[in-house]
Design a protein around this ligand. Structure first.
Ligand code: HSE
Length: 440
């Protein structure tokens, strides 16, 4: 083996919250990090959109550039750390950098999940490393666990809270009675939310992460569009309180991937889980993931899923791997993920209509004779059995919430029944459906 490098040069794209966190972490723990790598780490250039922007971290004169080409065309730069996020120009920059022989560390779940095939193939063709621990669950080493620690297992299921912003919002609504809007603003202030927070709220950020986790865990390419996605935008404080007081459950935005026979279910949606469930205790910006393998059983990963410090920790852990490989002159020689691309044991992905679950259905109806029996009749006609019914008498107005919890039913039947019920004259708003999932 020929001599590796004693100084590894790094180019960073993006210097927002996480980028500045990475810079600070390297400054603070440099001695430890370099001892682990066996070489010095030098951030040579940082590409940013706006050179004049006020930043909390001051870097040496000339380190910032507005020209990304200054990084990829610099033959001295060994590793590119991409922290700009989004699809383009991130995709182009990453592909370009790999074609020029740069190793990659990225926290960009959107680009990875959408352009996975192209990015992984380009890394292999160009014999470069690509690491992406920070793309999923912030500081929790869940990618490493799935890739390495659980490698010999057939993974049976993943149940996870993988978005810190929505988990934080749900907690603030529950415990501090904050409005949805206030709670979102707090999450943004803490640096948890995406640049476009609708991606957090509508479940897409969680879907990006699930696509990556499921592709790795099941050795089957799971595309974002394969995932059924619902966000938390229709959940109200009233639902959170009903769930807790009447059913002893809490609402979590769940990312689920589960094998049944030769089929795989992949979905992201609010889920009512029992208060005693392990993941019910995962609050605020924390994430938690349960991964079950056929030999290992159920394992759990827990930690801060968003925010600059934990995410910087994940980026730096990848950098330590890559830089050590560069230093040992083996970078790009060994693929870092066991992505086998087509697991023959999984024949198809199950559609949302084919899943079975218990359901929390909140009907908003006029308080008049015959309403409940009309709803019950339609549910019965669709083979949906009722487990409990709650109607809270309202002091004013004639619109009341009626909550029905069902026994396990086929989703397709539930959706068809709701379509009919929503068309009834006494129904005042579209019925809210929350799945009360297995994962228990
Ligand atoms: N917006 C993301 C979240 C950041 O809230 O989880 C971490 O990926």
């Amino acid at each position: 083996m020929s001599e590796g490098k004693s100084v590894i040069q790094i180019g960073m794209i993006g210097f927002g919250n996480v980028g500045q966190g990475v810079y600070r972490l390297l400054e603070k723990n440099r001695a430890l990090i370099e001892a682990k790598v066996g070489a010095q780490l030098r951030i040579k250039k940082i590409a940013v959109k706006d050179l004049t922007k006020q930043r909390d971290v001051t870097v040496p004169e000339g380190m910032l550039t507005a020209n990304y080409d200054d990084l990829v065309s610099d033959p001295d730069i060994d590793v590119i750390v991409e922290l700009m996020g989004g699809l383009e120009p991130a995709r182009t920059y990453l592909l370009d950098a790999m074609k020029k022989g740069k190793h990659i560390v990225t926290a960009n779940k959107a680009v990875l999940s959408v352009h996975w095939d192209e990015i992984i193939a380009t890394a292999r063709q160009n014999k470069v490393d690509i690491y992406f621990e920070a793309a999923v669950c912030g500081g929790i080493p869940v990618i490493q666990a799935i890739n390495d620690g659980l490698a010999p297992n057939n993974i049976m299921s993943i149940y996870g809270i993988v978005n810190g912003t929505t988990n934080f919002i749900l907690q603030k609504m529950t415990e501090e009675k904050k409005s949805f809007k206030e709670a979102l603003q707090m999450a943004q202030k803490k640096g948890l939310a995406e640049a476009d927070p609708t991606l957090d709220i509508n479940g897409m950020d969680a879907a990006h992460k699930l696509a990556i986790l499921a592709s790795l865990a099941f050795s089957k390419r799971v595309k974002v569009e394969d995932i059924y996605v619902e966000g938390i935008d229709r959940i109200t404080l009233q639902d959170i309180e009903f769930a807790r007081e009447e059913f002893g459950r809490v609402v979590k935005l769940f990312a689920i991937a589960e094998v049944e026979g030769d089929e795989l279910e992949v979905r992201v949606h609010p889920t009512l889980i029992p208060q005693e469930h392990l993941l019910a205790k995962v609050d605020g910006e924390y994430n938690g993931v349960l991964v079950t393998g056929d030999f290992v059983g159920t394992t759990m990963y827990y930690g801060l899923g968003a925010g600059n410090k934990p995410t910087a920790s994940a980026v730096m852990s990848d950098l330590i791997y890559v830089c050590r490989s560069v230093s040992d002159n083996v970078a790009g020689e060994i693929s870092n993920c066991w992505f086998l691309s087509d697991n023959p044991q999984i024949k198809r992905l199950r559609k949302i209509g084919e899943i079975k679950s218990r359901y929390y259905l909140k009907f908003s109806v006029l308080d008049q004779v015959g309403v409940l029996s009309a709803i019950a009749r339609i549910l019965g006609e669709h083979q949906i059995s009722i487990a409990s019914v709650i109607q809270k008498e309202q002091k004013k107005g004639d619109k009341v919430p009626v909550v029905i919890v069902t026994y396990e039913a086929l989703e397709k039947n539930v959706q068809e029944a709701l379509k009919k019920i929503n068309g009834l004259p006494f129904v005042q708003e579209e019925t809210l459906l929350i799945r009360m999932d297995r994962g228990e």
